[in-house]
Design a protein around this ligand. Structure first.
Ligand SMILES: [Zn+2]
Length: 683
């Protein structure tokens, strides 16, 4: 249930298309299609709460629908993408395509997911074979073998192994072990004293886990007892897991050791045999992220009975595949993870859930069809150009820095020049020909697809790194920076702007909305607290002079303190854990702003709909974060996510930017006023 997330990935709301010049005859087009003016709430003073001023009218008119935990511009775009996907699936269903073809796989996957008659009839039966394997566990050896087998079919357990780039030698793929194995979204849920965390862990222990065990066939008392033991076991693992902010230091989370070292760390596991069972071949070295976790796991193997561990695995298996089984399973998992944790009031319609699952498992199959229809070559060229404009402006910013030495600057220019942009869609598509998809059972299609992914990643071990690979699909509404490849990846999906044609949007809005909040943001990740520790080739290697690192950290600490001061529903933002994202936001805003100052629209200074170019730039940025979130979801986000809530990502960094005060005539008496000596400037 908890995806393993590569570092630096961010959900970014909104991108639009660009115009590099704005000329006079376009002003009217902009006015008629103005994507920002209708969202403004003029009853709010921009200097009191800019986010509310910029987006307030839209927020009032667009309450969160019941099936969602949040609703905003990103959701509107995702809905649009889903409708396109639905048509592709329905066409595939009718196509009578050749067995083994991508079209057959899409059509049959959709069929099996929508076939509720058979899904209801089968109940737990699709998992019977897997449950029997768990029943047959007799000792630690067969238990650990089963950990390995379950990993192969996509069930997360206590061994968090994956094949990934060596941070200190980005040309090599090595086996890595991270902390893993808990059912709540983050280790803090097992210990925090705030009302949100307490309510969630109480429900998990007293309702959710017992319900899962009853569904697995236990009587009430036995189910409650099993739940209690499994909770204790997870709490034990959580107690030895690092906090979100402690996972940010790449050196601290890099402990390379030979297999013998791992055997010493956790001697009750036969690691050689376990890795072979996981399809990781010829492993002689591993990078252990959190050694203390593996020491604790070894202890847990002896502290908890085989029977407790078997229940733990039954629960993990049902949690992974429950959403693809009959209603009682699906609904209990939705009740806890959807309603209790995220605050959703009702489930999404089935067809949307099936498409989301399919997209997660076979996204590139859909993506090939998607880009043919929806992403022309000229759009790709336009975005490649904007990336270069931002790169050039970022370089000018580095040149002007008064805190960085000339030596470090030279290296920063070099790293920046080597940032590789991937725009729209991959040049090479993944080959799904070995994946078998048929018309049912649904859960088994998902299981085979999970296994395909496991084998795909495991096969990378010992092979050269494929730098053309994409970690997201083209139709994804998101983007990322990958420090090991020093690359920014901007999928086609993020270019979709709902309701407005991109050629009708003025530069001011586009530079705020796209150049700042996405391109500049991702580029800055290469130079945030984590990214700056990697060199131009993607290796974890110091290239900063020590005094420059000190000065960078002083500035980053000011931003940490600024965000530590923000809170909602009694929960404080974790300034340390969110610093990378906040540095990237602030960097994107100031670099995007100077890129915008080079445009004709800025130089002419003509207002559109009564708003100056500078005002429109900031409103364009705020448009990217248009949206609202339920209390449960916001609370979860603060505890588990490296991103602060959207409204803080607008109001927070804006208070650091002098042009923001200028654009909206913000004075000392206004709530957002920050004394000039408190304003953070990094890039
Ligand atoms: Zn980010």
């Amino acid at each position: 249930m908890i995806p393993k997330r590569p570092s630096g990935i961010i959900i970014i709301f909104a991108l639009g298309l660009l115009l590099f010049t704005a000329c006079n005859n376009k002003a009217k087009i902009y006015a008629d299609n103005d994507p920002i003016i209708k969202n403004i709430d003029t009853t709010v003073k921009p200097g009191d709460d800019f986010f509310k001023y910029a987006n307030g009218t839209w927020l009032k008119k667009n309450p969160i629908p019941g099936a969602y935990s949040s609703w905003g511009i990103g959701n509107v775009v995702i809905e649009e993408l889903r409708n396109r996907m639905k048509k592709i699936n329905e066409d595939a269903l009718k196509a009578n395509a050749a067995k083994g073809s991508n079209t057959q796989k899409i059509g049959d996957f959709y069929y099996s997911g929508m076939d509720t008659v058979n899904i209801e009839k089968q109940g737990l039966a699709p998992l019977k074979e897997e449950l029997t394997k768990i029943d047959h566990i007799t000792d630690v050896k067969s238990l650990v073998d089963e950990f390995a087998h379950l990993e192969n079919i996509g069930v997360d357990g206590p061994i968090g192994a994956y094949a990934g780039q060596d941070s200190k030698n980005s040309t090599k793929i090595v086996l890595q072990l991270d902390q893993s194995g808990i059912g709540l979204p983050n280790r803090d849920y097992y210990f925090n004293a705030d009302a949100h965390s307490v309510a969630i862990r109480n429900d998990y222990q007293q309702k959710h886990l017992p319900a899962i065990f009853k569904l697995a066939g236990l009587q009430t008392a036995a189910a409650a007892a099993a739940a209690q033991k499994v909770y204790e076991l997870e709490k034990f693992l959580a107690d030895s897991s690092r906090k979100l902010e402690d996972l940010r230091d790449p050196y601290h989370n890099y402990n390379k050791m030979p297999l013998a070292g791992l055997n010493k760390l956790a001697p009750d596991i036969d690691w050689k045999s376990t890795f072979e069972k996981m399809d990781y071949k010829g492993v002689d070295t591993v990078i252990v992220g959190q050694p203390e976790y593996y020491r604790a796991l070894n202890k847990a193997l002896k502290t908890y009975s085989i029977n407790d561990w078997k229940n733990y695995l039954r629960k993990n298996l049902i949690s992974e595949f429950g959403p693809y089984l009959s209603k009682p399973f699906d609904q209990e998992i939705f009740r806890f993870y959807g309603m209790v944790i995220s605050g959703s009031k009702e489930q999404l319609p089935r067809w949307k859930r099936v498409l989301d699952t399919e997209n997660g498992l076979m996204g590139e199959v859909l993506g090939q069809i998607f880009v043919k229809e929806y992403f022309p070559e000229q759009t790709k060229e336009r975005y490649v150009k904007l990336v270069e404009t931002m790169r050039a402006t970022f370089k000018e910013h580095i040149e002007k820095l008064d805190w960085m030495s000339p030596q470090t600057k030279e290296k920063a220019y070099y790293k920046l020049s080597k940032v590789m942009p991937k725009v729209g869609y991959p040049d090479n598509w993944k080959d799904f020909s070995a994946l078998e998809i048929n018309r049912g059972p649904y859960a088994l299609n998902v299981m085979r697809a999970n296994n395909w992914w496991h084998k795909y990643h495991a096969a990378k071990l010992g092979k050269p790194v494929d730098r053309t690979e994409w970690g997201m699909t083209p139709q994804t509404y998101n983007a990322y920076y990958n420090p090991s490849n020093n690359e920014i990846v901007l999928p086609a999906g993020i270019f979709t702007i709902p309701g407005v044609k991109d050629e009708n949007v003025d530069d001011a809005v586009i530079y705020g909305y796209a150049a700042a909040s996405t391109i500049g943001h991702e580029m800055t990740h290469g130079f945030d607290d984590e990214g700056r520790q990697f060199d131009a080739k993607g290796n974890l290697k110091t290239w900063w002079l020590p005094q420059d690192s000190v000065k960078f950290t002083q500035r980053a600490t000011m931003l940490i303190n600024q965000f530590n001061g923000y809170s909602i529903y009694g929960l404080h933002v974790n300034g340390k854990a969110t610093q990378g994202e906040n540095i990237a936001d602030l960097g994107g805003i100031v670099i995007g702003l100077d890129a915008f100052k080079k445009t004709e629209q800025y130089k002419e200074g003509k207002p559109i709909n009564g708003l100056t170019p500078l005002q429109r730039y900031f409103l364009g940025y705020a448009l990217g974060w248009l949206g609202q979130e339920r209390q449960e979801s916001l609370s979860s986000q603060i505890l588990t996510n490296e991103h602060a809530p959207g409204f803080m990502r607008v109001n927070g960094p804006f208070t650091d930017v002098p042009e923001f005060y200028e654009a909206f005539h913000i004075k000392k008496r206004d709530k957002m006023w920050l004394a000039p000596d408190k304003r953070v400037k990094i890039w």
